[in-house]
Ligand binder design. Structure first.
Ligand code: ZN
Length: 260
């Protein structure tokens, strides 16, 4: 949301969105210092919640240095060192979106550092998996890292950007699975619903790709319309787009919706 206009907030509220949950991620450019991340974390924990509140939307966030900027391990160490001071902010749900981008050695090291940070502070984890041809290998590597840390409870982690070939992998290992909806490329609403039809609606959610690039903040409401077209009941749709995200995020004591 930090890169979207207020028009998007108005559209989201109008479409029935009840909250926005924004992961720390790549800004479209590499930040040059830990201080750049400090300012970004202030934006995510102080300024953006105030902007969202003006439109009646509770705003929650996740903190990390994203995989795309994880090649510089020293920078990552400096950024991880400043995260704990933000973990008690009222809108912080956990550590994310961490994970892998190119499946490199340094990315793996920084992923392990984040998992350790989450374990030490008892935080939920939101994981980004690589796109396209690196996805399967990256998802397996990520699951190994999470499984190798015995302090991590899989039901407190969501593995995002799953597609047809990785949804079962994440699910069978006990994790939640997230499907990020994109307007044209990657996972579309139709594909996401196909995945639900194949694997069921337990421990799975969908979210809107929503950033500085071509993306649609209302992707989840549009997917709900698509579900209705396919004849699904209001209860089935409600479970996928509303109850499931609440069930996962409520594992954080800081997640509260007025009506939940
Ligand atoms: Zn991502």
């Amino acid at each position: 949301m930090v890169s979207r206009t207020t028009d998007d907030y108005i559209k989201m509220v109008t479409a029935g969105c009840a909250a926005v949950c924004e992961p720390a991620f790549w800004a479209g450019f590499d930040r040059s210092s830990a201080q750049g991340f400090y300012d970004y974390f202030c934006q995510l924990t102080e300024h953006e919640p105030k902007r969202a509140a003006k439109f009646g939307l509770p705003h929650f966030t996740w903190l990390c240095i994203n995989p795309k900027e994880s090649e510089d391990v020293k920078l990552a160490e400096d950024v991880l060192a400043i995260i704990p001071q933000f973990l008690d902010k009222p809108n912080v749900l956990g550590i994310g979106e961490i994970g892998l981008n190119k499946n490199s050695r340094n990315e793996l090291k920084v992923l392990e550092m984040h998992v350790d940070l989450a374990a030490r502070h008892n935080q939920l984890i939101l994981v980004h998996t690589p796109h396209l041809e690196d996805k399967l290998k990256g998802t397996k590597l990520i699951i190994d890292v999470l499984k190798n840390d015995k302090r991590i409870q899989p039901e407190r982690c969501i593995i995002d950007h799953v597609e047809e070939h990785t949804a079962k992998l994440a699910h069978d290992a006990g994790f939640w699975a997230g499907m990020t909806l994109y307007p044209e490329t990657k996972c579309t609403a139709a594909r996401a619903i196909d995945i639900l039809e194949y694997y069921g609606t337990d421990r799975i959610w969908m979210n809107s790709a929503c950033d500085w690039g071509i993306s649609v903040p209302l992707a989840v409401p549009y997917a709900a319309l698509e579900m209705r077209k396919r004849g699904y009941s209001a209860d089935w749709i409600d479970k996928v787009v509303y109850q499931n995200p609440i069930a996962f995020m409520k594992q954080s004591p800081r997640f509260n919706l007025p009506e939940s």
